[in-house]
Design a protein around this ligand. Structure first.
Ligand SMILES: *[C@@H]1O[C@H](CO)[C@@H](O)[C@H](O)[C@H]1NC(C)=O
Ligand SMILES: *[C@@H]1O[C@H](CO)[C@@H](O)[C@H](O)[C@H]1NC(C)=O
Length: 294
């Protein structure tokens, strides 16, 4: 179920709003048919009869993808994903927010497949004002092919937090006051896709998609959209009200417990951080790299 923020004062809608509140506080399992449309190759998308599970297929003909009907400005999006099982080298599963504007903002989860028995890489990236190049990579502490896990994006005025089963794996802080671009004006839609990325994804493009091992299937279920629906006016989405809980002080930085988990991920699971790649940036690392994350 989608809980939309209610940026209206019309009494006439009050009853409807109350219904939405009561429903959304109980149900967190969404209906893909209701909240999303297919962006690419509907013949490669399979949705369960109740709309609560959806899979994408990649074969020689095509990959596939879907996107949210609405756009959002701040909130938290959770998606349960089970990536391509078995041999998945060269495949990429993406779950991301994007603004689709010329100077676009984007918040990405990308799962890079591997040959059988070798680990996936989870790559994340942040684009702000059309500029990305902020890749981070981790090995997960579990095999994402075996089960569904929850991947979340918390996005508010203060920070973007990427979470895996509620463990913060990455933080991108709003340092706009220090001249660092931060996605904060453009609404974004929620997108997913499964595609052939074998020119770069696995061991730098070394391991290719083996079509004889296909079709490749990635599965999605139990998403939760708790975000401010874009109605053309950013003022409401930027305020801290009880519906816009993500803008409250409590969510402006990681909690003490989250910091401990975050440090654990960075210490034991991080394999690449653009902020440590002096060679790539010729000893001129982006400004945010020297600023605190919390
Ligand atoms: C579609 O999904 C259902 C369950 O969600 C599954 O039983 C069925 O085999 C799938 N069909 C195809 C063609 O993948
Ligand atoms: C695939 O496995 C190899 C060998 O263990 C590893 O070096 C690589 O990081 C893994 N992941 C990807 C996406 O290349």
């Amino acid at each position: 179920m989608t809980k939309y923020c209610r940026n209206t004062a019309f009494i006439g809608l009050l009853t409807l709003n109350l219904i939405q509140i009561s429903v959304s506080s109980v149900v967190s399992v969404g209906d893909f048919n209701k909240d999303f449309y297919m962006t690419w190759s509907p013949s490669h998308v399979n949705t369960s009869a109740d709309g609560r599970a959806r899979s994408l297929k990649l074969d020689k003909e095509s990959g596939a993808g879907f996107a949210s009907n609405e756009m959002f400005l701040f909130g938290q999006i959770d998606m349960q994903i089970k990536v391509v099982p078995g041999y998945s080298a060269g495949t990429v599963v993406a779950f991301y927010l994007t603004s689709d504007q010329p100077n676009h903002d984007e918040i990405d989860f990308e799962f890079l497949g591997n040959v059988t028995g070798q680990p996936y890489i989870l790559q994340t990236n942040v684009f702000a004002d059309g500029y990305g190049n902020r890749e981070e990579r981790i090995y997960l502490w579990f095999d994402p092919r075996k089960d569904f896990h929850t991947y979340s994006i918390l996005w508010n005025l203060h920070q973007i937090v990427f979470m895996v089963d509620w463990v913060p794996i990455r933080v991108y802080r709003n340092h706009a006051d220090k001249g660092v671009a931060f996605p904060r004006w453009q609404p974004m839609s929620i997108k997913t896709s499964l595609w052939n990325g074998d020119s770069w994804a696995t061991r730098g493009g070394h391991d290719k998609v083996d079509w004889s091992k296909g079709p490749f299937i990635a599965s999605f279920r139990k998403y939760k959209i708790d975000a401010c629906v874009w109605k053309g006016n950013s003022r409401f989405c930027r305020g801290a009200s009880s519906t816009n809980w993500w803008n409250k002080d409590r969510f402006s930085t990681l909690t003490w417990t989250q910091r401990r988990f975050f440090k654990w991920v960075r210490k034991y699971h991080l394999i690449y951080d653009y902020c440590q790649d002096n060679k790539r940036f010729q000893n001129n690392l982006p400004k945010e790299c020297s600023l605190p994350k919390y």
